[in-house]
Ligand binder design. Structure first.
Ligand code: GDD
Length: 409
């Protein structure tokens, strides 16, 4: 049997995702019309003998309760949210719930970061992992060398695929092969995490008894139960024939900012074209509007037949899209109103916001730049004939003049 664990973090982790994370935990923000965490969860469905999916985080339980119960019913696999009382780090969080995770006596445990977007080739990883015979296998990908330092950089043996060297976000270039944040482990991982915390405890005790240390100002040490998977486990175990790599040739992105969520929404829509084309809108559907490329429209949204929509557009529940509106590369959240002849491109339009007649919300499309797209927080009103370009507007603002490259607080 196999268990999957998805690390969802907590409210202090999603700060680069503001203002969107002011309303909703980042893992529940919709990409391609589904919560971010839904994509790894539905990928887990392809794992043979999957017993349970756990989400581990330090958000309040009630924030995930509704989603977890509906997805359990839909997938027919039990999905449970486990709340940490405080952050324990990416490995410490897993260790914290080891007894529960081991209840199903799993032979393997998948561990996934919730803020990555990829095709999650999990059954393929499991097969490769069985062949290697180690304690763990990491999903890895080659990226442009200049981008690699944002991630864990690693060196793998080209023939055996063993992880030989691992450095988390190094200052000087090590390798263009990076850690995708998707892993499979045997239950031995719990022993490895325990060793890290025992070593820390021993070191802390040693310091306490040493009179020299007592005279020093307090040195910054991590709590003994705070264990990071990358620095504390992967780095020291590299080159010890315990960890192996599986390289994906498919798409992979990390989702730390709203700009990247817009890009990843498009990647998931494109994947739906192959995996579940029925969820995509089609031009000859009941909505009547002109549809270009990959578009998701929630069944409760009302779209005028003269609107033109796509590519890469997701429209959430109860949104209303007026006559002659033009939407391209955008995420339209619940209860938004786009009035007649308004335009939204490279933008995220927050819950209950409205864009007035002949108005525009427009971004330049640089998904990595801070102001590369336009983001309207919850309940923002853009009045008629106002243009908002490459700007972030915080919740509850009314825009009656045009702005460019601004953050409206
Ligand atoms: N439950 C819980 N508790 N989750 C946590 C905690 C914690 O204390 N700390 C982090 N996480 C979750 C985050 O929500 C995220 O899904 C994942 O663990 C990793 O987060 P970070 O430890 O902040 O690392 P990162 O996202 O900057 O980088 C990691 O992922 C990259 C791939 O996206 C590293 O492993 C990199 O090497 C890797 O390239």
């Amino acid at each position: 049997r196999v268990v999957a664990v998805i690390m969802v973090g907590g409210p202090t982790k999603g700060t680069r995702f503001r203002p969107l994370s002011l309303n909703i935990p980042k893992p529940l923000f919709p990409l391609a019309g589904q919560p971010m965490v839904h994509h790894p969860i539905s990928a887990c469905k392809r794992i043979p003998n999957l017993a349970q999916i756990y989400l581990i985080g330090f958000y309040e339980e009630r924030e995930f309760a509704l989603y977890v119960s509906s997805i359990s019913n839909e997938l027919k696999v039990p999905v449970r949210y486990l709340k940490e009382d405080k952050p324990h780090g990416s490995a410490g969080g897993l260790y914290n719930f080891r007894d529960l995770i081991m209840e199903d006596s799993p032979s393997h445990i998948f561990l996934l970061n919730c803020d990555v977007c990829c095709s999650f080739p999990l059954p393929e990883m499991l097969e490769a992992h069985r062949g290697y015979g180690g304690m763990g296998t990491l999903l890895v990908i080659k990226v442009y060398a200049e981008l690699a330092s944002q991630f864990g950089e690693l060196i793998a043996d080209p023939s055996t695929k063993e992880l030989l060297h691992y450095t988390e976000k190094p200052e000087t270039f090590v390798s263009d092969l990076i850690n995708c944040g998707v892993y499979i482990f045997t239950p031995d991982i719990f022993g490895a995490i325990r060793n890290v915390s025992t070593q820390r405890k021993d070191r802390a005790n040693l310091k306490r008894v040493s009179s020299f240390e007592a005279l020093q100002p307090a040195t910054r040490t991590l709590p003994t139960d705070f264990v990071r998977l990358d620095q504390d486990i992967l780095s020291p175990l590299a080159g010890k024939r315990q960890l192996y790599t599986y390289e994906t040739m498919d798409f992979w992105e990390q989702i730390k900012t709203p700009g990247m969520s817009l890009k990843c929404s498009g990647l998931y829509l494109a994947q739906f074209r192959f995996t579940s084309p029925h969820v995509l809108a089609s031009g000859d559907g009941t909505k009547g509007a002109t549809i270009i490329g990959d578009v998701y429209i929630h069944p409760s949204a009302k779209v005028h037949p003269t609107a033109k929509i796509g590519p890469n557009v997701s429209i959430s529940a109860n949104a209303r899209i007026g006559a002659g509106a033009r939407l391209m590369n955008c995420i339209i959240l619940d209860d938004v109103e786009i009035k007649e002849n308004a335009v939204a491109t490279h933008s995220i339009i927050g819950w209950k916001s409205s864009i007035g007649k002949w108005s525009r919300a427009q971004g330049g499309g640089d998904y990595n730049a801070k102001l590369g797209i336009t983001i309207l927080g919850e309940a923002v009103t853009v009045e008629d004939e106002v243009v908002v370009i490459n700007s972030i507007v915080l919740p509850n603002k009314t825009m009656n003049v045009s702005v460019q490259d601004e953050i409206i607080l």
